[in-house]
Write a protein of this length. Structure first.
Length: 134
């Protein structure tokens, strides 16, 4: 399962991801992916009293033509034989994404059979945190 996330112009999206799968799986994050097609998904503001909207895009169902640069891999262990129970993970680090850069979030089934799986992605936008290499 692939999701493409593209932060909007002038935005610094701070992102956290989580995933769960009913068998062995990998959760990967790539920067600078290339893709064609896909459908824009709705991104909801979790502060329900706010009318602010995100300036970026979340694309589902795209054809990935280049994964880009691998930033992170998380292994979701699913167990073995009669001890199979599925697994889950969340990134313990917060990624601050580049504006107008396509990021691929990929969940890869490694179990050898069909499994149920999900990806969650929370983010917020904020001003640039100054550093010496902005």
């Amino acid at each position: 399962f692939d999701m493409v996330m593209i932060p909007g112009a002038g935005e610094y999206s701070h992102m956290l991801m989580e995933a769960a799968a009913g068998g062995n799986a990998d959760l990967l994050l790539y920067e600078g992916c290339a893709y064609t097609g896909g459908t824009a998904d709705t991104v909801y503001n979790q502060k329900r009293s706010s009318t602010a909207t995100w300036n970026g895009q979340l694309i589902l169902g795209a054809t990935i033509t280049d994964v880009g640069t691998e930033l992170s891999v998380q292994v979701l262990p699913g167990g073995r034989k009669n001890q199979a129970s599925g697994g889950g993970t969340d990134f313990n680090l917060e990624w601050i994404l580049k504006a107008q850069t396509a990021y691929l979030i990929r969940l890869t089934n490694r179990s050898g059979s069909a499994i149920r799986a999900s990806i969650g992605c929370n983010h917020y936008t904020a001003g640039l945190i100054p550093d010496s290499t902005t």
